[in-house]
Write a protein that binds this ligand. Structure first.
Ligand code: FES
Length: 354
């Protein structure tokens, strides 16, 4: 049985102004671009059928209930997942279970609130069209006549129409003058091209100890210590020293090879010695606080924390990417050397990686 909750009579015609004919019936023939007005109101099935309205009500309630359940899931994920638990989620790969759980449940909760509100508004709330009265925006006829008269008089007195040479050169000058600003853009400096993607590191470059300025040997890196290095050939009095060291600075740590969880990290290490960029991938502070027991390294600026035993994965803080690893080995003289440049750009993650 259906119950009618909306009127059955034909859609009412809404007059634009008192005394005018309804907007929806204006004859377009009188004016080919006439305002078509508000179309006749169409009732929704929920306006005419009480059971359909009830179904919509239940749907909205269900979506809001899913939102509530997702919020409970958010709290449960926060309590249940330890910060360092990693899970595989297709297609994202290995991600923090805590971050994934919080993100998914909060996303569902917010989406369902929005979806429920939209469905409620579209199916159950009143959808009567309203006409908003506004004052006419056109000027009074005498004002328009006066403006046109003044404009015509000004055009005649300036002789713009008669002096075509002046008119055309003036338009040319107006078009050309913004070019001065465009040319000045060159003074913003040379384009960075791909300089941000590369550092001084290259195959065979020795790792030079930042303190002693001597090439590093594996024996110089003891378990638990943190050493800093720069590429061979980079000196303080080089004119681009600051720019080069800001990209090339690395830190070295010796781990027990068995503690290294990431296979590529192990392949790129030497006897457990790993070399990582010292530049935080958040906004570029030097990362330098190393915790021997956990192999975590902390950026002092905003507390981004990276796990050096697991590919320098971010385990806390705002950094968006792991620290880039430098592939190292030992040369025939027993010194640590790079096997090439970093595989990804170093530093802040807002430089798109490719
Ligand atoms: S710069 Fe390292 S956390 Fe912000």
């Amino acid at each position: 049985m259906s119950s009618q909750i909306g009127p059955k009579e034909p859609a009412e015609q809404v007059p634009a102004w008192p005394g005018e004919e309804p907007l929806g019936t204006r004859a377009a023939a009188r004016d080919p671009v006439a305002d078509p007005g508000v179309p006749p109101h169409e009732y929704r099935v929920q306006d005419l059928d009480g059971r359909a309205a009830k179904r919509s009500e239940r749907t909205v309630a269900l979506v809001f209930t899913v939102s509530m359940a997702a919020t409970v899931g958010f709290i449960a994920a926060f309590v249940a997942f330890p910060p360092d638990k990693i899970v595989y989620v297709w297609p994202l790969g290995r991600v923090s279970a805590l971050n994934a759980g919080l993100g998914v449940t909060l996303g569902i909760a917010l989406f369902c609130i929005g979806a429920g509100a939209v469905h409620w508004a579209r199916t159950l709330m009143s959808d009567h069209e309203l006409v908003q009265e506004r004052h006419p925006v056109t000027a009074r006829p005498e004002v328009r006549r006066r403006v046109l008269t003044d404009f015509g008089q000004g055009a005649r007195e300036s002789q713009l129409g008669r002096r075509k040479l002046i008119r055309n050169t003036m338009f040319g000058a107006l078009v050309m003058v913004p070019l001065s600003g465009a040319v000045l853009l060159r003074d913003l400096g040379p384009l960075p091209e791909d300089k941000l993607r590369h550092t001084m590191w290259a195959k065979g470059k020795l790792l030079i100890n930042e303190n002693t300025k001597q090439p590093l040997r594996p024996a110089d890196i003891t378990v638990g210590s943190l050493a800093f290095a720069r590429p061979e050939g980079l000196e303080e009095d080089d004119h681009d020293f600051q720019a080069a060291i800001a990209k090339a600075a690395v830190m070295l740590v010796r781990l027990e090879p068995g503690d290294i969880k990431d296979k590529r990290e192990l392949d790129w290490s030497h006897e457990g010695i790993v070399a990582y960029s010292k530049i935080c991938t958040h906004v570029g502070c030097p990362v330098s606080l190393y915790e021997q027991q956990t192999h975590h390294v902390l950026c002092p600026c905003h507390q981004s924390t990276f796990d050096l035993s697991d590919g320098a994965r971010v385990i806390f803080g705002p950094a968006g990417h792991p620290l880039p690893q430098l592939n190292i080995s030992v040369n025939k003289d027993g010194y640590l050397e790079a096997r090439g440049d970093f595989a990804v750009p170093v530093g802040p993650a807002f430089w798109e990686r490719g």
